[in-house]
Write a protein that binds this ligand. Structure first.
Ligand SMILES: [Zn+2]
Length: 249
């Protein structure tokens, strides 16, 4: 957005999330990345902004309105069959599920203040899409929560690449995710890569967009080899296809 005055910094509040804006001098525009969750009802929402003017010490408050439109998501009732350990876990397996859940709660809600992403987000594999964000799916006859990621139809062993610059937050096997890589792009934006057959990075590695993170596979709760990617922003899953389409400075 264009600010009403020359600013040194700009921050905002959007649907209770905090946004830190960066300045793009070539277009004289302030930018930040924010999203809307799957559950947000359609309507008008306000982005509250506070700027620090270059010429004054008094903060400058202003706001912008954004309309959240209704979206339709496919309800393809495909019968998927997965191993019983995923639909009817034993007490021992429930313990492993609980541990994996704790790991995710611990890592996936972290917000590092510095922006690491830079420019456009790119697809993690050069392959057709096999399932979109928001679709309704059924495992062994039981309806599951909506599909909050994007699936690529890739055979096992296909290189999976970083969608943008970031730091490897997780690179370990988890119960449902299988071999799981999570990149932290800063400011609460994470990209998640599931069901890998092999890791090519370790936790703490710094990666650039396009770097190989691992090889695709069918580990964890998967009906066969494919790549599931997800985008998480400050605790909310966003549509990866939308992020890839976004023009970013
Ligand atoms: Zn998926």
């Amino acid at each position: 957005m264009k600010a009403p005055a020359k600013l040194r910094s700009l921050s905002g509040t959007w649907l209770t999330h905090q946004l830190a804006f960066s300045y793009d001098a070539s277009t004289k525009t302030w930018f930040a990345l924010a999203g809307v969750s799957f559950e947000t009802p359609p309507g008008k929402y306000t982005l509250d902004l506070t700027g620090a003017p270059s010429m004054s010490n008094a903060p400058l408050a202003f706001s912008r309105q954004f309309a959240v439109a209704r979206a339709t998501y496919p309800k393809i009732k495909v019968e998927l069959t997965v191993e019983k350990k995923f639909t009817e876990p034993t007490p021992e397996q429930l313990q492993q599920i609980e541990e994996a859940k704790k790991t995710k709660q611990d890592y996936l809600n972290r917000v590092t203040p510095e922006r690491e992403w830079d420019g456009k987000f790119t697809a993690p594999a050069d392959a057709p899409i096999s399932d979109v964000f928001g679709s309704q799916r059924i495992f062994n006859g039981k309806a599951q929560s909506p599909h909050l990621g994007l699936d690529f139809r890739v055979p096992a062993g296909t290189p999976v690449t970083a969608m943008n610059d970031g730091t490897v937050l997780l690179a370990r096997p988890l119960y449902y995710e299988g071999n799981f890589v999570v990149l932290d792009h800063g400011q609460g934006l994470l990209t998640l890569y599931l069901h890998l057959s092999e890791f090519r990075v370790k936790e703490g590695d710094v990666v650039k967009r396009g770097d190989v993170l691992g090889l695709s596979g069918g580990t964890g709760r998967a009906t066969g080899p494919h790549l599931h990617v997800a985008v998480r922003w400050q605790g909310t899953y966003l549509d990866p296809a939308r992020l890839i389409q976004l023009p970013l400075p």
